[in-house]
Design a protein around this ligand. Structure first.
Ligand code: ATP
Ligand code: MG
Length: 296
């Protein structure tokens, strides 16, 4: 019998609320292979962060559970590192020291001082932050802070990297650079990644599979789209690729046609991309904004 790498096994999550039990997730069932890059996409409030929190061990499923390499997940652990939308660096520590803190926690006793130093430097190099190793979070840009957060997560050598809208707060150009770095790192290290995003282009560019969630309450998996684009992927040539645009249209169709909320006016999906457009990632509309517009 082969043991699955990561099994999100029939996960249901209910929250007690003053008005009664609120079922946020209903029977989320997904097996993820080692090294796979999976994106979670869905409208605001559908339950994406809740799924990630269960995998991280920050939240217990009401029914079902998560099994990583044969072991049930019931608490947070260094084998599952989390990167949040807003950096969570300690402001009084330098970039180096922020990474060091995680490395010391995970590798105390296993690596010598010199080995730890090399490992911290190696991870800062991976995210191209070695030049700013001695700067504190207040002295570097938002994109640089996210890089340090990613270095810290990678330095823990997690089996699974969990990312909750990691680039959501960044401008389009920085976001594109971060996506490219993440693709490079993923190609080099082969980590399993689950990333939440609101950006359709980001999801298609980075993922092996896009998991599309239905609207809550009782959100579940509505559709899974396997992205068969060859790697390495290059955003400029993909902009003109019919296959890329097909995937993009599939996700948009799911979000704006199938998962339109009852009673809402049809949200205006962005025009289809045509070949030869800007090489920068087309900024997908923030789904939160689109939905709010539709409600208004
Ligand atoms: N602790 C809690 N108690 C009660 N309800 C909760 C709790 N945490 C989340 N919820 C509800 O569960 C649903 C899913 O929330 P979640 O944060 O997972 O959504 P999301 O898809 O990540 O949204 P967004 O895209 O806005 O980040 C929402 O309706 C939310 O209000
Ligand atoms: Mg969320």
């Amino acid at each position: 019998m082969t043991i699955e790498h990561l099994n999100i096994d029939h996960v249901t999550v209910e929250f007690p609320t003053p008005g009664g039990t609120f079922r946020a997730l209903d029977d989320i069932d997904l097996v993820i292979e080692k090294g796979e890059f999976v994106s979670l996409i869905g409208h605001s409030g559908c339950g994406k962060s809740t799924v990630l929190n269960v995998v991280a061990g920050l939240l217990q499923a009401s029914r079902g559970g998560v099994v990583l390499d044969g072991t049930e997940v019931d608490e947070p652990g260094p084998d599952r590192a989390v990167v949040f939308q807003h950096h969570s660096l300690l402001p009084w520590l330098t970039a180096y020291q922020n990474v060091e803190l995680a490395v010391k926690t995970v590798f105390r006793g296993a690596k010598s001082k010199a080995e730890m130093r090399d490992w911290i430097e190696h991870n800062l190099r991976l995210v191209h932050m070695e030049h700013a190793r001695d700067k504190r979070p207040g002295e570097i840009s938002g994109g640089m802070k996210q890089r340090v957060g990613i270095a810290r997560a990678l330095a823990m050598q997690p089996k699974v990297l969990l990312m909750d809208e990691p680039f959501g707060a960044l401008d389009a150009l920085t976001r594109a650079h971060m996506q490219d770095s993440l693709m490079e790192i993923h190609a080099e290290l082969g980590n399993t990644v689950i990333m939440i995003t609101h950006d359709v282009d980001e999801a298609v560019l980075l993922s092996d599979r896009i998991v599309m969630m239905t609207n809550g309450p009782a959100a579940t998996i509505g559709q899974i789209l396997a992205i068969g684009l060859e790697r390495p992927r290059e955003r400029v040539s993909l902009a003109a690729s019919a296959q890329y645009n097909h995937y993009r249209a599939e996700v948009l169709k799911f979000l704006y046609e199938r998962q339109r909320r009852p009673g809402e006016a049809k949200a205006e999906a962005p025009a289809e991309k045509t070949a030869g457009e800007s090489p920068l990632p087309q900024k997908s509309p923030d789904l939160k904004v689109v939905r709010d517009k539709a409600v208004a």
